[in-house]
Design a binder for this molecule. Structure first.
Ligand code: MLT
Ligand code: MN
Ligand code: ZN
Length: 438
């Protein structure tokens, strides 16, 4: 198969996406600098009709039945998720497809693992930074296994308009193949299954997760580390000294993992004198992205010796920056107080993904679920004076997204008044599978 002989295929080179109608069937035309592809979908069939140099005419039919083709086609399982609405999904799928086909032997048609994919033109591809929301819920997920609050019960019964959500994690990539996992959720295995982009299948045991960075040592952010123990290389783990301490003493997952894949710990360090940021980090293999961790006020986990003895590094936020474009995403799933440096970071970001755990500080108490307020747990409430809506109203980010949503939060019901309020303020609610490209 021949596509683009020059090897310049990437997300950013795609120029045109349009829906065209040919003989009554909707087609989607994805055009790049030197190639274009045409897709169409009829019922559960997803077919790539043409993929060709713009000058040459090659017509390739890839997969007819998405479910069947998923078995043996690296393409179909990506396309099976595709609908016309999120056009970006399709763009990504097509770019990945081209990468993959290059790695198949032209002679046998069998995968050729030895053939490394051609390096994509950095100027093109590294301009786009992708954030994938793997888990948008707070600890416990939604619905929570033992919870019968109105949301959890309503979701089970189907009486509310809401989506299930797994526990807190995102992934970041510049090429759609190599990812930094930010927080390792207890639901990581399910999240990987639901997001095939995390399994690039380059060798017999493989993962797209090049490194893991954790923002704190909360159970919902670290227990997934154990699920990654089968890794063939030492796990690249980025964390602060305080989190590392918890992972070696409070809940010694790092020690446990030394008997499996082992951990190559990379320090989040270099705290500035004013304690507002750590040294920036570039993760090998994740080109074009710079990570700027910063300490912030939330709570160390209940098991941690730091719980009542807080210090910088227990809880952190992360500015994720695309080096080429300077575009920035600020991520803080646990945020108990808006300190000046946090507000500054939020103001500088093009997109914020911030703590949306609870609507009111006492909502879990009112429901009879706990004695703790949100503040006791290190979370700012969304509504009311000093709440996250008020904070977000004061910043200019293009996208304002709440993440780490507790199952009690009424915003999970898409028909709720609270959700409508968010919409009025231009605030989105993260969901599992949400993709943000900047
Ligand atoms: C939190 O965000 O407060 C914690 O993750 C709660 C928990 O342990 O589930
Ligand atoms: Mn949490
Ligand atoms: Zn619940």
């Amino acid at each position: 198969m021949q596509h683009d002989g020059g090897g310049r295929v990437g997300f950013a080179v795609l120029r045109k996406v349009q829906v065209v109608s040919v003989t009554g069937v909707e087609h989607l035309l994805v055009e790049g600098v030197r190639w274009h592809a045409l897709f169409y979908r009829v019922g559960d069939k997803m077919v790539r009709f043409g993929a060709q140099r713009q000058t040459a005419g090659v017509c390739i039919k890839i997969g007819e039945n998405a479910a069947a083709a998923r078995e043996n086609s690296s393409f179909a399982w990506r396309t099976s998720k595709i609908d016309y609405a999120p056009v970006t999904v399709l763009i990504r799928a097509s770019a990945v497809l081209i990468h993959r086909e290059r790695r198949h032997s032209h002679v046998s048609g069998q995968p050729n693992y030895a053939a490394r994919p051609r390096r994509t033109n950095e100027n093109d591809i590294l301009k786009i930074m992708k954030i994938l929301v793997l888990g948008s819920a707070a600890g416990g997920g939604f619905p929570q296994w033992n919870c019968n609050c109105p949301n959890c019960a309503g979701l089970r019964k189907g009486s509310i308009n809401a989506k299930p959500r797994t526990q807190s994690s995102i992934a970041v990539s510049s090429n759609g193949t190599d990812w930094v996992l930010i927080n390792a959720s207890p639901d990581i295995l399910q999240q990987i299954r639901s997001n095939p982009a995390l399994q690039p299948a380059r060798v017999i045991r493989d993962s797209g997760i090049a490194a893991v960075m954790v923002m704190d040592a909360q159970i919902d952010h670290i227990t997934g580390l154990l699920m990654l123990r089968e890794g063939r290389k030492k796990m690249n783990l980025y964390c602060t000294e305080s989190v590392w301490d918890d992972l070696n003493h409070g809940l010694p997952l790092a020690k446990v993992l030394s008997h499996y894949c082992g951990v190559e710990r990379h320090a989040i360090e270099g705290l500035s004198a004013d304690e507002t940021h750590f040294a920036p980090i570039e993760v090998p293999g994740i080109e074009g992205i710079r990570f700027h961790p910063m300490p912030l006020k939330s709570k160390a986990p209940p098991y941690s010796p730091h719980r009542n003895n807080p210090g910088p590094g227990d809880n952190n936020g992360l500015m994720i920056e695309s080096i080429a474009t300077g575009k920035k995403v600020f991520y803080a799933p646990g945020l108990g107080e808006i300190e000046p440096h946090v507000l500054r970071a939020m103001q500088q970001a093009d997109c914020v993904l911030v703590d949306g755990t609870v609507w009111t500080g006492d909502e879990m108490i009112t429901l009879g679920l706990t004695q703790k307020t949100a503040a006791d747990m290190g979370h700012l409430q969304v509504s009311g004076p000093g709440g996250m809506i008020e904070v977000l109203d004061g910043i200019g980010a293009r996208r304002k997204v709440l993440i780490h949503i507790n199952n009690t939060n009424p915003i999970l019901d898409e028909d709720s008044a609270e959700r409508a309020t968010l919409a009025q303020h231009g605030i989105e609610v993260a969901f599992d599978g949400m993709e943000i490209e900047l």
